[in-house]
Ligand binder design. Structure first.
Ligand SMILES: *Cc1c(COP(=O)(O)O)cnc(C)c1O
Length: 488
């Protein structure tokens, strides 16, 4: 497979035009605030010069990026397609309708809502749409009212309290769940009474019988599947059966793996769209679009999701909706399927590279785009490993592992993801070499002494290691340039 077929839209034929566009843009910015122009140039240089293995990041095409820098940013368009609270939204209507159409076609969903500004916003829209459908609407009917504004203050208080008294079950944080799945520091944990399901302590895999037992006992209104740090696939058909047993709404947050769904790597029971009532996602992770979110829904939940504004959101970011339309159009091209398959193959190569060098992996491997390395096998905390890798030009993030002995701040894991370097054109051999470089850094890193035994933050990196690894990484990066031919 040629690198160009994967890096659709980043090819050489666009490079000269994109270079001109960016040079002109930077010149204009420079005339107002040169320090921002400098920081923008430096950001490209830094992204080009590092091995980016952060599992939630990617590189969007110049077409996607350029679409965000337009006058759509200046337009207010509260409401929904054809039904706005502002005048002169005809072009925003075109943009939003196209983005929604691409999302429906790409994912095979009956309905798509493309206004959420981020993943967390998409989840908030979904949660409130579920509460509106399951609690508010029947409550209104029971009280003989059509609209919340028709209720007495006392009736509204009753209804409001019942919406605030519902249950949600999601995956625990330390086994890979996300803060927005009902955790107390996040608004979702203040809205819902939450309980969590985890993974099997010996295998690290989701144990569906244990999930079913927990759901039967807790009887949540909402069952959430989806993760940020679980390196395995999920059987969404099974999860739906479990939800159905207690009449729970089944929601899937595919923020991390939407690209693998779009690229048909996850099909059948692993495709959340035919099984979930509501699916949420970011658009900037494996999907490779602009920073944002979207919600897919069945006909049953669509009317409530469509009221995301004014329920949760204000004016949409029309310039970002335009970029979502461009990115979704890219994801509908055959090259995106090749990209998604390469993302999965490359994560596999990275995991195999760790396993053959005796590095411990959570669940022993991967079958998605995430590899979670247990760095206690190197005698390090996640914090130390993350810093030593960064010193060596390898950008990752520390992450808790199941039952993490070092807690959520220091952690014992490093999370790796294949989407970004796959966009650059890295293949399986190069991911194996990345595993080798990571192991080289971590085997040459030791915890520094602290006041009461080994420090959890400070570390000593063996002399010469960082330079040696940076030089080796530079070879890989030079062979797979980011935005080839783009010059500022
Ligand atoms: C990244 C992520 C989010 C949040 O996305 P933001 O755009 O950062 O708000 C939500 N859910 C999951 C599972 C994620 O991985």
């Amino acid at each position: 497979m040629s690198a160009e077929s994967i890096t659709a839209g980043l090819g050489a034929e666009y490079a000269a035009t994109a270079s001109e566009a960016y040079r002109a843009a930077l010149q204009v910015i420079e005339s107002v605030e040169p320090r921002i122009a400098d920081a923008t140039r430096k950001e490209l240089a830094d992204q080009r010069d590092s091995l980016k293995l952060i599992a939630s990041e990617n590189y969007a095409s110049p077409a996607v990026l350029l679409t965000m820098g337009t006058w759509f940013s200046d337009k207010y368009a509260e409401g929904t397609i054809g039904h706005r609270f502002y005048a002169a939204c005809q072009n925003v209507d075109t943009v939003e309708a196209l983005a929604a159409e691409h999302a429906r076609e790409l994912f095979g969903a009956p309905y798509a809502y493309v206004q959420p500004h981020s993943g967390i916003d998409a989840n908030l829209v979904a949660y409130w749409a579920i509460l509106a459908t399951r609690i508010e609407a029947p409550g209104l009917a029971e009280m003989g009212a059509k609209h919340v504004n028709d209720l007495s203050e006392a009736d509204w208080e009753t209804l409001r309290n019942s919406m605030g008294n519902q249950r949600l079950m999601g995956m625990s944080l330390d086994t890979g769940g996300h803060l927005t799945h009902g955790f107390r520091p996040n608004i979702s944990g203040k809205m819902f009474h939450q309980r969590q399901y985890g993974t099997d302590p010996t295998t690290g895999f989701i144990d569906y019988d244990a999930v079913a037992a927990a759901v039967r006992e807790f009887k949540p209104l909402v069952l959430v599947a989806g993760y940020s740090a679980y390196p395995r696939r999920v059987n969404f058909a099974k999860m739906r059966e479990i939800a159905d047993e207690v009449g729970a709404t089944f929601m899937v947050d595919m923020a991390h793996f939407a690209g693998l769904v779009a690229g048909k790597v996850f099909t059948g029971d692993e495709d959340p769209v035919p099984h979930a009532h509501v699916v949420t996602t970011t658009t900037h992770k494996s999907l490779r679009g602009p920073r944002g979110g979207l919600v897919l829904a069945t006909e049953e939940y669509a009317p409530a999701v469509d009221k995301g504004c004014p329920m949760v959101l204000g004016g949409p970011l029309s310039h970002v909706m335009a970029a979502k339309a461009v990115a979704l159009a890219e994801a509908r091209q055959p090259a995106f399927r090749q990209y998604a398959q390469a993302v999965a193959d490359n994560a596999q190569a990275l995991a195999d590279g760790f396993v053959k060098r005796d590095a411990g992996l959570v669940t022993g491997g991967t079958d998605n785009h995430i590899v979670l390395l247990d760095v206690t096998s190197f005698g390090l905390t996640g914090r130390q490993a993350e810093s030593a890798l960064l010193d060596s030009g390898i950008v990752t993030n520390r992450n808790a592992i199941p039952a993490d002995p070092n807690g959520a701040w220091y952690t014992s894991g490093i999370r790796f993801g294949s989407p970004a370097l796959t966009t650059r054109g890295f293949g399986a051999d190069e991911f194996d070499r990345v595993a080798e470089l990571v192991v080289e850094v971590l085997s040459n890193t030791q915890p520094a002494a602290g006041p009461n035994g080994p420090s959890k933050a400070k570390y000593i990196l063996g002399e010469g290691t960082a330079d040696r690894v940076r030089a080796a990484a530079a070879e890989l990066l030079d062979a797979n340039p980011l935005y080839p031919g783009l010059t500022l």
